[in-house]
Design a protein around this ligand. Structure first.
Ligand code: HEC
Ligand code: HEC
Length: 98
């Protein structure tokens, strides 16, 4: 009887571990899939300083922190919640507030 209860307890533990195992989440990619996908309204064309885009993706923080560009001006085109913060939460950078 005791063995049966133990075996059942182990089975239940294994089943919950499998059921609660963290699932794969897509990275925050523009127009990507999943809850972290980055969206930017197609209404706006990208400004010149976004080009080349891969440089901008890795250096926009330098421009803003150095004061070359105002963060408030970014929010003319970008909605922070799904255009900045989904990626910032993912990488652990500070959130963009209005
Ligand atoms: C005139 C509108 C506009 C302004 C102003 C603007 N952006 Fe953008 N931004 C865009 C567009 C459009 C894209 C998408 C470009 C593409 O996919 O080719 C983009 C892309 C980006 C991306 C890349 C997202 C990704 O995952 O590929 C980042 C980061 C970004 N912008 C940050 C900023 C920051 C920081 C500022 C302010 C300094 C700013 N943007 C100002 C329109 C704008
Ligand atoms: C695709 C990912 C991504 C997107 C989208 C994105 N960022 Fe960033 N951002 C980063 C990364 C990575 C860092 C660097 C974090 C670090 O070095 O600690 C960063 C840092 C910053 C910093 C400097 C913060 C600090 O603590 O020094 C600012 C300001 C900033 N981003 C503005 C924006 C704005 C405004 C937007 C939306 C228009 C935006 N970012 C969208 C990835 C992104």
């Amino acid at each position: 009887m005791r063995k049966l209860i133990l075996a059942l307890a182990v089975l239940i533990l294994l089943a919950t571990a499998v059921a609660l195992y963290p699932s794969y989440v897509e990275k925050p990619v523009k127009d990507g899939a999943g809850p972290l996908a980055v969206y930017i309204s197609a209404e706006y064309a990208a400004p010149e300083y976004h080009s080349p885009l891969d440089f901008w993706q890795t250096h926009h923080m330098d421009m803003v922190n150095r004061g070359d560009l105002e963060q408030a001006d970014c929010l003319y085109c970008h909605v922070p919640e799904y255009s900045c913060n989904n990626c910032h939460d993912y990488v652990g950078a500070q959130r963009i507030e209005k």
